[in-house]
Structure formats: C-alpha cells, structure tokens
Design a protein around this ligand. Structure first.
Ligand SMILES: [Zn+2]
Length: 215
C-alpha cells in the first residue's frame, strides 16, 4: 500500500487492526497504536536496537509515533507550522491523508538521552523534552546517530524500510527523515527494497511496470 501526496489514505482504519504498543514517555496521556501485523516485528526490532545501544553506550530508542487519526495529523501540522514556519512544516509533515501514519504502518523513533538539565534548559528547541533525572526525550533523531544508523542497516530484517532516505528528496517531496520507518509486510520485501536502494514509490512502480509488460 502506497500512501503519499498523490495517493492519499482516505478511509478510516478498522480499530480491530490496531494494537496498543506503548505510551508516550513525555506526553503521558498519549497512547501509541500501530497496525497489529507489524507489532511483533517492531517489538523485536526495538529489543535488538536497544541491546546494540546498551552494549555500545548509545542512547535508548523508543517508539514516538505510530497510527495517527486525521485530526491528530492536522494538529501536528499546526504545531510545526507555528514552531518552524509553513514552508519548513510542509516539507516535514504530510497533509492529513497523505501521511502513512494514517495506516498504522509508519513509525517514528525518538531517543532517550542522558544529560544534565542545565545543559539544555536555555535552549529554545522544541525537539528536546526534559523527563527528569537528567534524562531528555529527543524527537527526530539525526542521520548520524548510531541508533538510527543501526535501524537503517538492519530494519529490513524485521520487514521495515527507511521511508524517506537522504538523496531521494526529489522523488519523495519530503526532506529526509532518519527517524521514520515503514513496515512493508515482510522481511523478504523489505530486503529487496533495501538491497536495491529503492524508495517505496520506486519499488511499487517497478512492480507495476513488470505487470504491465506481462499483460
Ligand atoms: Zn513519521
């Protein structure tokens, strides 16, 4: 299933297809639901990336976003427009039905960073949220963060792909998002996409072309 600006997701997902995965660590009342087909894979992937992080002294990775209702997607757009201006917000956040978060198959990761409160308390940065006890919740991790690099290199084993990679901004119409991954149904499909270095758009198009040649 391809969801983007040209292919909006206009229906409402069946609630029976969603499972509660976790709670947001900084917005305590926010519960994070995902499509149930990817829950087990996601659980395993998070376990494994955190085992790697712990071993190397890196940061803990947590699920930040999964399924979004249309209203919530619009709320997020409003938030970023205010924080960063309309142009930047539109390159970052999808319009309501063009977000694959609407399907429950797209996920965002955040990091839990250990640092004294004083280190950032004066920084005017909406991407850091203080959790207490010298712990910070960092939204939108960077491309160079080793945890994101691990996910980039290994997520296909769990059926996920990096959805908005660097260098594909023209094809995608979005800036790169090192934190956003997409479940594509199986590790086999994800591996093919990963090995060929495709975006989901390019992969789906290649399959359509193949079918067109057949008929
Ligand atoms: Zn996302």
């Amino acid at each position: 299933m391809l969801v983007n600006k040209e292919n909006p997701f206009t229906r409402e997902i069946n609630n029976n297809d969603l499972v509660l995965f976790s709670k947001s660590l900084y917005e305590k009342s926010r519960q994070i639901y995902i499509e149930k087909r990817c829950a087990l894979y996601l659980r395993r992937m998070l376990n494994d990336v955190n085992e790697y992080s712990l071993k190397h002294g890196y940061n803990e990775v947590v699920l930040d976003e999964g399924f979004r209702t249309r209203e919530y997607q619009m709320e997020i757009m409003g938030y970023y427009k205010e924080a960063e201006g309309a142009q930047k917000a539109e390159a970052r956040v999808a319009p309501a039905d063009a977000s694959e978060h609407r399907t429950g198959l797209g996920v965002d990761f955040s990091l839990i960073i250990n640092a004294p409160r004083s280190l950032r308390e004066n920084a005017d940065d909406h991407l850091y949220h203080y959790l207490g006890n010298d712990r910070w919740y960092k939204v939108d991790p960077e491309e160079d963060d080793p945890e994101m690099k691990w996910l980039r290199d290994n997520s296909y084993k769990y059926g996920f792909i990096l959805r908005y990679p660097k260098g594909k901004e023209e094809v995608l119409g979005y800036m790169m998002e090192p934190w956003h991954f997409r479940f594509v149904g199986s590790p086999e499909v994800a591996k093919e996409i990963f090995d060929k270095g495709l975006t989901l758009e390019e992969y789906v198009n290649s399959k359509v072309k193949k079918l067109e040649r057949k008929f």
